[in-house]
Design a protein around this ligand. Structure first.
Ligand SMILES: [Zn+2]
Length: 428
């Protein structure tokens, strides 16, 4: 952190006033000019006309004409993406993994991402350390263990690991200290889902179909039965929250949407029928681009074959999202290539306008996080600049509404990063 700002944050100031800024509020397709923004504690407290006097005791920050916008929300993030997907079992101790996760979380925050929805596999110790401020991290909305069927997308066990040598607990198979839970049958799914919620999950994550990095499942395979999906949805619903599901095919998406899943992850191979149904039910779609178009070099031939199928569907699926005005989230899903996650803005620009992408990465993300209902952990909204919202904000040198890919040049472009009223970077 920049040492110049320490005095802003020792608690002696009544608040902060950002002046000489243009504001993207997370929703509008124009910048608000001529307003100063006040932050008190960890909340945005209001606007002042630029001529008005700075309130008593406020510290002023000159934004130098930059664009103040909400902190970025990454709705498809994994701290376990710090690991090389093909060597999961080599990162054997939890402690070592914890250090790796802390490192990528700090890197993520310094790219302007102030909240992440960790869609599975997170380490609970790292979540706690982030909540307690022991590490510099975005806010984390954890899913806990990823829930999958045996031989499903989250069954990361090496093929030569026999069933006898696998770890079993209460009718569930536990993979890598709880990175995922393998559950077969609705009762086991309920048990796994309740375990996740017991440990602090704000939403649940399941896999309803095949994936790219996993060794034991064709990408077009359908996973779980409708009954198993409904079991997870019911457990989540009983706590006022929801299920996010890993899907690639329209068949899996349609079955999930009809079963009450509210967030469809990836979804590269959609059809008109699936996207129309999703729009009717108000679900969120959570696609990514960087992980497909800039994949890790170490992916093997089997993974590259599956990748090609996912890449092929991307263009048509994104078109369908636009045609049906689908609710779309911003996310990266980087796994083994976390260092390129900031390029999502650049790659996504092939499919959406800068304004659409900015909304996905701010107010849409904030709205989706609210689906956690009573498990939502903030007092105010995220992803918007308005009185009462959480003080998570960025000041960007150039205008991202004109060209959102400036956010991929985060080192140069991000002049200030604030999360929860605290400044983590300040070049002003
Ligand atoms: Zn993922």
């Amino acid at each position: 952190m920049n040492g110049r700002n320490v005095h802003f944050q020792d608690g002696s100031a009544a608040g902060m006033l950002f002046r000489n800024i243009r504001i993207f509020d997370g929703v509008s397709n124009f910048l608000r000019e001529g307003s100063n923004l006040m932050v008190e504690g960890n909340r945005i407290s209001g606007f002042l006309q630029s001529g008005e006097a700075t309130p008593e005791g406020f510290v002023e920050i000159d934004g130098q004409g930059g664009v103040l916008m909400p902190g970025i929300i990454n709705s498809h993030y994994h701290m376990i993406g710090a690991l090389d997907a093909n060597r999961l079992h080599e990162f054997s101790t939890m402690e070592y993994r914890g250090f790796l996760y802390a490192k990528v979380l700090e890197m993520t925050l310094m790219q302007g991402v102030t909240s992440v929805r960790d869609v599975g596999g997170n380490d609970w110790g790292v979540v706690r350390a982030a909540n307690e401020g022991l590490i510099d991290s975005p806010r984390i909305f954890p899913s806990g263990a990823m829930i999958s069927q045996t031989s499903g997308h989250f069954d990361f066990r090496p093929k030569n690991l026999s069933i006898q040598r696998s770890e079993h607990a209460g009718g569930i198979t536990v993979v890598l200290d709880g990175m995922s839970y393998l559950a077969d049958g609705p009762d086991a799914v309920r048990r796994a889902a309740r375990e996740c919620l017991r440990q602090g999950a704000t939403q649940l994550k399941i896999a309803s179909g095949g994936g790219i990095i996993s060794p034991s499942d064709p990408i077009r395979s359908l996973q779980f039965t409708a009954e198993e999906v409904r079991a997870a949805v019911e457990v989540a619903g009983n706590c006022g929250t929801y299920v996010a599901s890993h899907v690639y095919t329209a068949e899996a998406a349609i079955r999930d949407i009809e079963s009450g899943v509210m967030s469809l992850e990836h979804a590269n191979l959609m059809t008109e029928e699936a996207v129309r149904l999703g729009a009717d039910k108000g679900v969120w779609w959570s696609p990514q681009t960087v992980v497909y178009l800039h994949p890790p070099e170490e992916w093997n031939a089997m993974q590259r074959q599956k990748l090609a199928i996912a890449v092929e569907g991307l263009q048509r699926t994104m078109e369908l999202f636009r045609i049906y005005n689908a609710r779309v989230l911003f996310g990266t899903d980087c796994f083994g290539n976390m260092d390129v996650q900031h390029l999502e803005f650049r790659y996504r620009s092939q499919f959406f306008s800068s304004h659409e992408i900015l909304r996905q990465a701010t107010s849409n993300g904030g709205e989706a996080l609210r689906m956690s209902g009573p498990l939502y952990s903030c007092e105010g909204d995220l992803g918007v600049i308005k009185p009462g919202a959480m003080a998570d904000l960025l000041i960007v040198r150039n205008n991202p509404l004109e060209d959102v890919s400036v956010l991929s040049d985060y080192r140069d472009q991000l002049l200030l990063i604030m999360k929860d009223g605290r400044i983590f970077k300040n070049l002003l």
